[in-house]
Design a protein around this ligand. Structure first.
Ligand code: MGD
Ligand code: MGD
Ligand code: SF4
Ligand code: MO
Length: 879
């Protein structure tokens, strides 16, 4: 209970795989109070900026409230029957492999279990794959090759026990911020060393002892050098190696790789290898810079080789830690959501496993071979082999490589069903049938985070309109396809019990994923379930794996793999001279369907961009704030250039978040080639090749508005919008100059009758138009022949207010200009921080926090504040 008397409910944050516990208190009007759960073992009360802003994303304005068939509202009963009939008919006409499900690491375990059971057990195809293919597949493959099972050995407590933490291809400060905060706290307490291995200088490099800006794709070469160093330095653990096979081959491959280029100096390599070798307690954390690569599985095994060879695995403060991206990426792996797995770490292609699961499910048929992995699945949709497709909780028209072709494939599929919470996504717009799903705060189930901790998500809000939970929709369709008994679920607890019982059978096969301790869990115990790390059996709960050297290959040993460096699949050349790296921003989640609803989160970086090295920009004739056209073999994007030496020469970086809904020319995956890792099938999302040139716009615009707007593609070839406290802010540009800017502005802001103040200078190509209705500003448009210089953050505050001077585009002199927001929790702008540093002589992030509050809530902005401090002090020192 809380001071207000309303009960708080424990649940889990629906974003990243850290899996933070939250305490939710509904306000009785559809809103929520959210705070970190002080007792949850992932976060002990901390939350990052996204978790702190959850309450701002539960509104209903964009929610899908009823089923839709061909764009029209339809009744649930008819719609479910239609989905079941179309899938059944397609299977009858073309066989089970003519249908597919594409699901998500954001589904709850119970949803995932039902989807997997329906496809693999009852439809009889393995054509179910998940966006985890784009995310964790290389880690899964690497784990299975080394350990004989897909298991994360350690726990988050290792972060507090380690003396050295190495981040490989992981921008933990932005993507797993609460783990990063835990590391910073440990650093303070015990001086833990931190090394970042990333071609780009990221926020995670702030405060790191070493940043190794290796060449993209060269991680195998670096970790092979480490293996050789460990051998030559006598740092191997002979006793532990007795629990492994393959060391000699792995070492020979490593020796053969010793001249492979990784773009680092010999001194850097030696310093890193000696630090690793000389520190007993090492945790190596890795994520998409490792996984999303055509050598992703080999990168994983190169890292695992070093931990296995030194026995640094499964003991406190030691081990490899593959951090999961999505909140239930791990649960999806456990439940068998990938096309090549069965439930509970059992293997689809193992006849004994298959028979056991079939008997347990009393399934009519089971596929014998792996189904189509994501990239191949959408190719099969494109060429007509898949004729009915159900997409659940993911937005592949944006997030798949070659997203243009994927969008066309989905559009051309004879029958596409999309389950989502909103109809306003690039994928949902292509669906024949749209099914309204209950959202995070409305549904019940479990998720597993990066360190195997299973936590409950609990419903605290009632589902709006006719929305229903995903497990319920899937079960309905299963029943209507003729499998009434197998899908007769009435609650997630019932599904969890069945799943736990199945895991007991896996346990009998000697598999590690065994939660059979929950096979008889009562409904009330399920409701109360506290966070718990698996396994959960009568003999054992939680703990670490592999310290004892017991592995899950047939011979009980681990394997070291001989791995050899390979460059990324696409080569740069005269036509496409730049390597395109892509990734995430601090305050947005993937395709933004939820985080873009929060004005606080949208303030951090409101526009899509391309980071390019200043010397490359100069060579291409690109100035700061110019728009650039980025072209690959598969597409073209228009993005804002940011000149930055955080990227190396020849490399550019763009965020993955923008979509047809928010910035149609910035759908970055239209540029990304669908090249995959041969073992894992995971696409190389971070190493495509592109050309970059200035985008010659005839006009540039900036608009603020009270209402939402969608500029016409005919004249605005580029636009990008973001939510603000007062409405929206939108960047625009185009090659066609409209005849009449005032008419254009009225159309854009849907304000035909508004009073207008306009300053139009046709000769210079500039226009400033401010529209008022009922005495308040409804829209203002600023146009110029070059990127518009107006006070954006100030203008963004004006919609809804009387703003007679808005037409100047500038702020009145007597009002302080806070500048772009850095701390989203307290809305503190850069200028405010700079002024405080300069006038109050503040020297540390802590001092700034004490003076302004910035950085004192979630802490996600602390690396950026530190960077600002460093830059200012460096400038002072130079002066
Ligand atoms: N704010 C935010 N947090 C998120 C998410 C989000 O959308 N927004 N999504 C979640 C999900 S699903 C995931 S999977 C995780 C991803 O978390 P991360 O993997 O940390 O995030 P990314 O930004 O995709 O990529 C990490 C880094 O890999 C680097 N990199 C690129 N190529 C190479 C290479 O060849 N070698 C090495 N060593 N590094 C390379 C990039 O420069 C980048 O900084 O984040 C999760 N957390
Ligand atoms: N270039 C490039 N591409 C990438 C990556 C990259 O680093 N670079 N990263 C890849 C990775 S690691 C990932 S994980 C993917 C993520 O990519 P996606 O999974 O495509 O992205 P999301 O925006 O998370 O999509 C989730 C969808 O589910 C909907 N949704 C929300 N709640 C619910 C619910 O309760 N039920 C249902 N049914 N729907 C719901 C949301 O509205 C949204 O449309 O992107 C991949 N693509
Ligand atoms: S780190 Fe942030 S996004 Fe990830 S689970 Fe915790 S609060 Fe949510
Ligand atoms: Mo992911």
């Amino acid at each position: 209970m809380d001071g207000t008397g309303l009960p708080e409910t424990r649940s889990t944050c629906p974003y990243c795989g850290v899996g933070c516990g939250v305490l939710l208190r509904p306000d009785g009007q559809g809103g929520l109070d959210v705070r970190g759960d002080p007792e949850h073992p992932a976060n002990y009360g901390r939350l990052c900026s996204k978790g702190s802003a959850l309450a701002e994303t539960v509104g209903l304005e964009q929610r899908l409230l009823t089923p839709m068939v061909d764009g029209k509202p339809a009744a649930w009963d008819d719609t479910l029957q239609l989905v079941a009939d179309r899938f059944s008919q397609t299977i009858a006409d073309h066989g089970p492999d003519s249908v597919a499900f594409y699901v998500s690491g954001q589904l709850l375990t119970e949803d995932y279990y039902v989807a997997n059971k329906l496809m693999k057990g009852f439809i009889g195809s393995a054509n179910i794959d998940t966006n985890s293919r784009l995310c964790m597949a290389s880690s899964v493959a690497g784990h299975k090759r080394a350990f004989g099972t897909d298991t994360v050995p350690g726990t988050y407590e290792d972060l507090e026990e380690a003396d050295l933490i190495v981040l490989v291809g992981s921008n933990l400060a932005w993507c797993h911020p609460v783990l990063y905060q835990r590391i910073l706290a440990a650093r303070k307490a015990r001086g833990t060393k931190l090394v970042v291995i990333d071609p780009r200088r990221t926020a995670s490099c702030d405060g790191a002892d070493m940043h190794l800006a290796l060449q993209p794709g060269s991680d195998v070469a670096l970790f092979n050098r480490l293996l050789v160093t460990l051998y030559e330095g006598g740092a191997l653990d002979a006793a532990y190696l007795a629990h492994t096979n393959g060391f000699d081959d792995a070492l020979n491959a490593a020796f053969a790789d010793s001249t492979a280029p990784c773009g680092l100096t010999e001194d850097e390599i030696t310093a890193f290898c000696n630090l690793w070798m000389g520190t007993e307690k090492v945790v190596t954390i890795y994520s998409q810079g490792v996984n999303q690569s055509t050598s992703g599985s080999d990168k994983v095994n190169a890292i695992l080789n070093c931990h296995l060879a030194t026995g640094r695995i499964g003991t406190p403060g030691c081990g490899p830690l593959s951090v999961t991206g999505q909140p239930n990426a791990m649960g999806g792996r456990e439940v068998g959501g990938l096309a090549n797995m069965l439930a509970c770490h059992l293997d689809l292609e193992n006849a004994d496993h298959r028979t056991a699961v079939r008997d347990f499910w009393q399934a009519p048929q089971m596929p014998h071979a792996a189904g189509l992995k994501a990239v191949d699945m959408f190719k099969a949709v494109g060429d007509g082999r898949i004729k009915a497709l159900w997409i659940i909780h993911t937005n592949p028209a944006v997030s798949m490589p070659e997203a243009g072709a994927v969008r066309d494939a989905i559009a051309g599929c004879p029958f596409t069903v999309v389950s989502d919470i909103t109809a306003q996504t690039d994928t949902a717009r292509l669906a024949d049938v749209l099914l309204p799903a209950s959202a995070w705060a409305e549904k019940d189930g479990t998720v597993t985070n990066s360190d195997r901790t299973i936590s409950r998500q609990r419903s605290v809000l009632s589902a709006p309109g006719e929305a229903r939970p995903d497990w319920d929709i899937l079960s309905e369709v299963g029943r209507r396809m003729g499998f009434a008994r197998a899908f007769d679920y009435t609650s997630p607890g019932e599904i969890f019990r069945e799943y736990a019982a199945l895991s007991g059978i896996a346990g009998q096969f000697g598999r590690d994923f065994d939660i059979s301790g929950f096979a008889d869990i009562s409904d009330s115990d399920y409701i109360q379930l506290a966070p718990v790390r698996w396994p959960v059996t009568p003999d054992r709960t939680g703990g670490r794996f592999f310290a004892d050297g017991a592995y899950y290959h047939g011979d009980g040993k681990a394997r070291l793999l001989p791995v050899t460096w390979r460059p990324p699949a696409s080569e740069t050349g005269p036509r496409f001279p730049y390597r395109l790296n892509t990734g995430r921003l601090r305050d947005q989640w993937h395709t933004m369907t939820r985080t873009a609803l929060s004005q606080r989160l949208s303030a951090h970086l409101p526009e899509p961009f391309l980071d390019i090295h200043p010397e490359d920009a100069a060579a291409e004739g690109i100035d700061a704030s110019d728009l650039v056209e980025v072209t690959s073999r598969t597409g073209t994007c228009i993005l804002r250039a940011r000149l930055s030496d955080t990227v190396q020469r020849g490399q550019v970086f763009a965020p993955m978040h923008w979509t047809g809904e928010t910035a149609p020319s910035a759908r970055i995956d239209t540029l990304v080639a669908a090249m995959t890792d041969p073992v894992s099938g995971q696409p190389e999302s971070k190493a495509s090749v592109v050309a970059v040139r200035p985008y010659k716009a005839a006009w540039y615009g900036f608009a603020v508005s009270r209402g939402d707007l969608a500029p016409q593609a005919e004249y605005a070839a580029y636009w990008a919008k973001a939510r603000t406290h007062a409405g929206f802010r939108t960047e625009l540009a185009g090659v066609e100059i409209p005849q009449d800017w005032e008419a254009e502005a009225r159309r854009l802001f849907a304000a035909p009758e508004a009073t207008c103040v306009a300053l139009i200078d046709s000769a210079r190509g500039s226009a400033r138009i401010v529209l008022h209705e009922d005495g308040v500003l409804v829209g203002a448009l600023f146009v110029a022949a070059s990127p518009v210089a107006v006070m954006r953050d100030y203008l963004a505050t004006l919609p809804g207010q009387a703003a007679p001077d808005a037409v100047t585009g500038q702020m009145p002199k007597d009002v302080p200009n806070p500048g772009p927001v850095l701390c989203s929790c307290f809305g503190v702008g850069i200028n405010t921080i700079v002024t405080a540093i300069e006038t109050q002589g503040l020297m540390s992030v802590e001092a700034i926090g004490a003076a302004l509050g910035a950085g004192t809530n979630c802490g996600s902005c602390r690396p950026e504040i530190a960077e600002l401090l460093r830059n200012l002090h460096a400038r002072e020192a130079a002066e």
